[in-house]
Design a protein around this ligand. Structure first.
Ligand SMILES: Cc1cc2nc3c(=O)[nH]c(=O)nc-3n(C[C@H](O)[C@H](O)[C@H](O)COP(=O)(O)OP(=O)(O)OC[C@H]3O[C@@H](n4cnc5c(N)ncnc54)[C@H](O)[C@@H]3O)c2cc1C
Length: 528
């Protein structure tokens, strides 16, 4: 009889492979189907948040990720913002994601996406319960109440096969066939703007940018570009670059002077050699739901947008860890369909708000600034507004804090709504990422977390921990209990009891022994 997998993952870009690792480490039998044999060597998805690097830590490959970095150690990951071109007198170097490092267990990182993909692929290869089919294309996906059937074909040989599984997840990018096959619509803002992405080498550009402090990226905003960016990013220090910019609608590889475009954005001439030129349409697309029956979508298949602010891959990796534990819980018998339904309920509002309040709002803000202020019209007024523009960067980093306050699984505030806007704090809050903190042992709380639920019980006499252990046993929910004193930095949690989900989000906090521990744990796994 034909082998049946628990999960088939369609698409093995960074999100699909990360999901295979997440599920594989949870003991789930998976197959992954990816049409490319090697990752595409385009250095997109470079800017990884602290939370993304935490995921690599729990996959056991944070060190490998850091070692795969192409920038020298400690080379600044943030950038320069310049008015009109990189030769202009108006520029600033805003602080970026590093300003929230202390609220996470891992610092942010910067490396080409393909480097991170090699690290993920190597980890996946160590997992005997993951069957990787590189060079295979998924052609059709069908489901019924009993399972999912995916027809696949090997690209080189044309050999065909059918995969059977309990669940399928489409991680097949912004042109997802999974969405088309299972009928998921994607809506969002179409800016009707063609963008070019170029990879090139130029030592001269590196030399000429030495007037700035060392930085990894250079963003140009120009009155003619209506809030869209021209963006130079370092792939390494010294030679390799990527660049994206709006271009006229009918631009092709052959009818446009890309070297001229680069030099105009730089504001000076320099020699370069192109390695790649490609195009994409500037649009935001968010799927109406991330689940239909036994089929889920994650990563760019669920949400895609222009690379403004580095939200794409990071959001995709958060999809992975949100879905991973829920799917494993269901397949291991302690999660139900209600728990699976919360994947879409929790993740979709985050991306929607990211798209609207951070990406679209950012484009609008730049557009209004450029329309309203000009050094030619009123220099003093422009300089005041330019300073404000510079000062608005840090608050945006501080307030980008995706949370699940409105989730039915967490004991969030009354009328809480899940979203991307929040605040960074060391207080433990239901629905939010757990901030790191040191235990009396010297270990960080994150070093005590594993793949299961965890209860931190500070200054607890033991009865509450025992009640949670009993509730967990009754619900068959794997739970680790960590007891310690309520001293030192742990007081910053402002809670003596903290229930943490397997994705390192807080489900519940309390200061007094709760009356009904079974209800708290039951709600956290949708069993109420
Ligand atoms: C210039 C640029 C810069 C960016 N910078 C950042 C950044 O700094 N930070 C960030 O977070 N994000 C960034 N992004 C976004 C990021 O690259 C994407 O969000 C990320 O690639 C999404 O990963 P994914 O695995 O969901 O999709 P993809 O990377 O698109 O992978 C999908 C995979 O599915 C495979 N596939 C598709 N259909 C099939 C099929 N039928 N059968 C088999 N396989 C199939 C494809 O071959 C592909 O490998 C950037 C993007 C660009 C273009």
């Amino acid at each position: 009889m034909k082998k049946r997998h628990q999960v088939v993952i369609v698409g093995g870009g960074p999100v699909g492979v990360a999901l295979a690792v997440e599920l594989g480490l949870r003991g789930i039998d998976c197959a992954l189907v990816e049409q490319r044999r090697e990752p595409q060597r385009i250095p997109k998805g470079q800017n990884l948040t602290q939370r993304s690097v935490e995921h690599f830590y729990f996959w056991g490959i944070a060190e490998e990720l850091r070692a795969a970095r192409l920038l020298p150690p400690s080379y600044p990951m943030s950038g320069i913002v310049a008015y009109r071109d990189l030769n202009n007198e108006y520029w600033y170097a805003p602080p970026l994601r590093e300003i929230v490092n202390s609220y996470y267990f891992q610092e942010n990182e910067r490396l080409p996406q393909y480097q991170a993909e090699y690290v993920l692929r190597a980890r996946m290869a160590q997992l005997a319960n993951v069957e990787a089919r590189f060079g295979w294309v998924a052609e059709t996906i069908n489901q019924d109440s009993g399972g999912v059937e995916i027809a696949i074909a090997e690209a080189d040989s044309g050999t065909r096969d059918i995969l059977h599984a309990d669940y399928a997840i489409g991680c097949d990018g912004s042109h997802s066939i999974t969405c088309k096959q299972i009928g998921i619509e994607r809506g969002g803002a179409d800016f009707d703007q063609l963008m070019v992405l170029a990879l090139f080498r130029s030592r001269e550009l590196h030399e000429k940018l030495k007037r700035f402090p060392p930085r990894s990226t250079y963003r140009v905003i120009h009155p003619e570009l209506h809030g869209y960016w021209q963006f130079f990013g370092r792939v390494d220090v010294g030679e390799s670059w990527f660049f994206h910019s709006p271009v006229p609608a009918n631009t092709t590889r052959d009818n446009y002077n890309f070297h001229g475009l680069l030099q105009k954005a730089a504001g000076f001439s320099f020699a370069c050699e192109f390695d790649y030129v490609g195009f994409w349409d500037l649009r935001i697309a968010v799927a109406e739901t991330y689940q239909v029956g036994r089929v889920f979508i994650a990563g760019d298949a669920a949400h895609s947008h222009p690379p403004y602010g580095a939200y794409g891959l990071n959001n995709g990796l958060d999809d992975v860890v949100n879905l991973g534990w829920k799917l494993a819980a269901k397949l291991k018998g302690w999660g139900n369909d209600g728990l699976l339904a919360t994947y879409s309920q929790e993740r979709r509002p985050i991306f929607k708000e990211t798209a609207e309040d951070f990406i679209e709002a950012g484009i609008r803000r730049d557009r209004e600034f450029l329309q309203r202020y000009s050094p030619e019209r009123d220099r003093a007024e422009f300089e005041r507004a330019w300073r404000e523009h510079a000062n608005s960067a840090a608050p945006r980093v501080l307030t980008y804090e995706p949370h699940y306050e409105g989730s039915p699984l967490v004991y969030g505030p009354p009328h809480g709504v899940s979203g991307a806007s929040g605040a960074h704090t060391f207080k433990a809050r239901a629905g939010h990422h757990l901030p790191p903190q040191r235990l009396t042992s010297g270990r960080n709380v994150f070093e005590e977390l594993g793949k299961d639920f965890a209860l931190f019980a500070f200054d607890s006499e033991g009865a509450t921990a025992a009640a949670f252990a009993q509730a967990a046993e009754a619900l068959r929910v794997p739970l680790k209990i960590v007891r310690d004193s309520y001293e030192d930095g742990r007081k910053r949690y402002e809670a003596k009891f903290i229930l943490v989900r397997p994705d390192r989000y807080v489900a519940w906090t309390g200061n007094d022994p709760p009356a009904d521990t079974a209800a708290i744990l039951g709600r956290a796994v949708a069993c109420l």
